[in-house]
Design a protein around this ligand. Sequence first.
Ligand code: ZN
Ligand code: ZN
Ligand code: ZN
Length: 388
Amino acid sequence: MPELPARSVTLFRLPAEAHARRGVAVSVGLALGVPLADALVLIDELPTRLPMPLAPDQASDLISRITKLGGEARDDAAALMTHLPCSAHPSLRAGEICDKCGANICVVCARRTRPARLCTGCASKKRRSRRFYLVRVGVLLSILALVVLYAVHDLRSRHARTDWRRPVSAALVVVRRGPVDDLAIQSLRERIPRLQGALQSECARYRSCPTEPIFFRVYGPIDAAEPPAPSGEGVLDLAQQSWAMWRYSRAVDARAGVDTGGTDAKIYLVVRPPEDEHRRFVEGFGELGGRLGAVSVELDPSMVDFALFVATHELLHTLGATDKYDPSGHVVAPAGLAEPDLVPVYPQLRAEVMARLRPIGPSAQVPPETLAELGIGPVTAREIGWTQ
Ligand SMILES: [Zn+2]
Ligand SMILES: [Zn+2]
Ligand SMILES: [Zn+2]
């Protein structure tokens, strides 16, 4: 008896009842030799031409089962069906191709990966990369959360520095570059109480103050490199500077034995022997509202008070104070006056710490000679939280 040509079954309608629909899926799965899960995908959207030619008796058997369950299916000649097998289901015929790699895929594969139509290889690659993407996003979000938490915490504790209910604790780390006079360094330590006294009496002009509104601890001297200098104003420059400064301070603090836990701000005081008989070099930088500052000074005994004056200038930057001199170095009045209400205004008796110089006339100014001339004007006092 000659073999009859194969038939192709198309499913048009499912029974209304869920149990019967499942019965259709089981019958389709058995007829095609695929797992129930694949059969369920096949009957999910109708009409569906089942992707495998069936022998005529198998086909009529399947159709009668489906009809009995309340569904509708018909068969026709399978001649029009492709001969290419699905790359994932070798027993099924491929009706489509993978969007990614062009592999032959069957309708089950295509429907499983909608809206794209993918072979199993490409689909699992996509799942992996999605998983990887989610992991990456997760890691980035955790880092971001940590950074925000740290920033909030740091901001809170930096704000707490300027509520002045307790003294601000400042570390003055002396970094020595070359043969600096030991007497000068010793005198630096000895003048600290005088500096604290000057700050206390300035604070008392504005409010009731702790005995030492700013408490300095001197560390060192240690022989080390200069702190990294700021390179520019851009965000990247600042980030790079913060990073370089962080690394620098970690190394230097360890060597100097700085108690970083209880310190609100740190100033690195770089001392060098004077190069010129008649000129003393001082410069510094402090992070506005940050925690670190640096001062570089050619130190001899005559320069000790001015070095401490400039260190205080940088320290007050870290507490939020801004400069009170113009680009050419002139004191800006009245913000840069320690006592703007003085009558007559000039000569001022003190040098405003953020202006650095003591104005003796509207356009004449001199450097402060001793810490007794250290003054804090109303604008700086407001910036650092001494007044509202
Ligand atoms: Zn593919
Ligand atoms: Zn397939
Ligand atoms: Zn400054």
